[in-house]
Design a protein around this ligand. Sequence first.
Ligand code: SAM
Ligand code: SF4
Length: 447
Amino acid sequence: MNKLDTALVTSALKEAGFTLTESVKEADVVLINTCSVREHAEQRVLSNLGHLKHIKKSQPDMVVGIIGCMAQRLGDKLLEHEAVNIVCGPTQIPQIARLITEALERNEKRLAVTEKIRKSSEDQNQALERFESAYGIEGKQIPSQAFVRAMRGCNNFCSYCIVPYVRGPEVCRPPEAIIEQIKKLAGQGVKQVTLLGQTVNSYKYKKDERTWSLADLLNAASDIEGIEWLRFVTSYPSEEFFDEIMQVMADSPKVCNYLHMPAQSGSDKILHAMNRNYNATWYLELLARARATVPGIAIAGDFIVGFPGESEDDFEATVELLKKTRYRNSFIFKYSPRPGTTADKRLQDTVPAEVKQKRIAELLAVQKKISDQLSRDFLDKEVKILVEGLSKKSHLNIVDSGNNPQLLGRTATDYIVIFNGPVSLAGQFAKVKIKKTSPLTLFGELT
Ligand code: SAM
Ligand code: SF4
């Protein structure tokens, strides 16, 4: 989500006449896109601001802007920071070019946050929609791939989560705007589109007596020439539209067989305290349904360990659930109290830091074992991948006899594949025979 916002802002600022530089020392304007989901992310921003304050001593005219969730959450408190000139929340982002221009011209501080974030106005929604439609057609961070937002905000109020308070209520974008955007991206050579939303599977839009679901969006996008792979993240475990979405995945060769649908915990007591509206048994049944409709589907999820009141037994239930999910990968976080959320207001952060650390390590070890087993199934098999470009660790790799560097691609089921090949393959599909595996990565040779 944040990567998409960064791409939209970059594209809007380019149109306004700004140019991008990677070096802070060269920059007239420094923008930091922030996340508030865990405290650690906010602390990193504050430490960056300390560094910028120092740089501003020799470059006093430099404008520093904070955008994203932390801007909305802290508002004027963040603006008080010596280094900060602009604070602009996610729902005010269409104003960003104007705010920067004003800050540069007048050397004044600028604040743009939405006061009543849970009451989104029609004007604000339209401004966000115009911004998204205008700048979302350049959203390619990786060759041939783009992210397209299906919905903004969230209405779920999981008790630990800050997102509903900083991104506002759920607003689904009109299907015609989404499809139009994907067509334009396809026209520019984009082959893979990932539809984004906090609970993207609950996408719903009423239009001319008809209600569009994510399944309808995927179907319509599958008809677009040039689009080869379609993905969507993140799904919330919910009955609504689930079977339809799985059916489109099974029927359309373009919809990748990958589902990111976090469980968060395996303990019914903790799931209830998290306000997740399901229990572990039902969650596992949902996964079984997904696997029955889409054989070979890869499923991934998230967990929070050390939620208030999580006992050893609760944690064991999470370990047991993970073993049964056979996730191909999971993202595991230590509970981080977020000010203003119900968990923070009503529950004590009871689990000591060292216990959270121990539990995260244990759960990661269980996941590693499952991932390792699943990866091994690929040995000596050929996989189709979309090549992203040079592997980040290419410096560790030996360039092969044909002078080909190490490249990285992904399968439709989101496995990372490392192989040697010509850089010209970036953005193209390729076939690779897997020769070696590790829990999260497959290594192979072009066939
Ligand atoms: N909307 C998605 C969903 O419901 O699964 C995910 C949104 S959230 C930005 C990404 C992940 O961060 C969540 O799945 C959860 O595991 C984790 N997370 C959210 N709030 C957290 C908190 N207060 N402490 C630790 N992890 C948190
Ligand atoms: Fe946060 Fe829950 Fe909404 Fe996901 S569904 S963004 S975890 S409130």
